[in-house]
Design a protein around this ligand. Structure first.
Ligand code: SF4
Ligand code: SF4
Length: 166
């Protein structure tokens, strides 16, 4: 019997010059998700009158070390109701969190709540203990104070020069 070998004709591949790559699609989806998240945050935070000063951040609660049943202090401290009690543990509505740190400051267990937040300047801050948070706030206040003094000094020098010239 003759072996009938039939050659399959290769179909010419259609060129699709404008087709977005999977990387583009992923980026588009991520951007859309981010936009939706921001919109929802704005809608939810507006009635509370809270200005969003940390646009980026992350918050986690260690369920193993949390003493939630006898504590719930973080829930009481949260100004935006981003923390809630559900099914025997503290839940996080991250779209409501402004990464203010009030929960860390009130938490009775070190390293239970971990916050990472990014300032407009690009500076990233991480803290998980009340002590770390207090030190961080002091440093920020000191930085602000130094800047204010520098600005005042620069202004006084400028005025002094202007008086000498006239
Ligand atoms: S960081 Fe502030 S807004 Fe976010 S959960 Fe803690 S207390 Fe609430
Ligand atoms: S304050 Fe800390 S220990 Fe208390 S419920 Fe909140 S996360 Fe848990």
């Amino acid at each position: 019997m003759r072996n009938k070998k039939t050659k399959m004709k290769q179909m010419p591949q259609k060129s699709e010059p404008n087709k977005p790559s999977s990387l583009d699609i992923f980026q588009m989806l991520t951007e859309t998700k981010e936009k939706e998240k921001k919109k929802r945050r704005t809608e939810l935070l507006a009635p509370l009158g809270i200005k969003e000063f940390f646009t980026e951040g992350n918050i986690t609660i260690n369920k193993r070390t949390c003493q939630g049943l006898e504590c719930k202090l973080c829930i009481k401290a949260c100004p935006t109701n981003a923390l809630f009690w559900k099914a025997g543990e503290v839940g996080i509505a991250e779209e409501l969190c402004v990464y203010c740190g009030a929960c860390v400051l009130s938490c009775i267990v070190d390293d239970c709540i971990k916050i990472t937040r990014k300032r407009d300047t690009g500076e990233v801050e991480k803290f998980s203990k009340p002590r770390d948070f207090i030190i961080l706030q002091k440093n920020i206040n000191t930085k602000k104070l130094v800047k204010t003094i520098k600005d005042l000094f620069a202004e006084a020098t400028k005025k002094d020069e202007e008086t000498k010239k006239s």
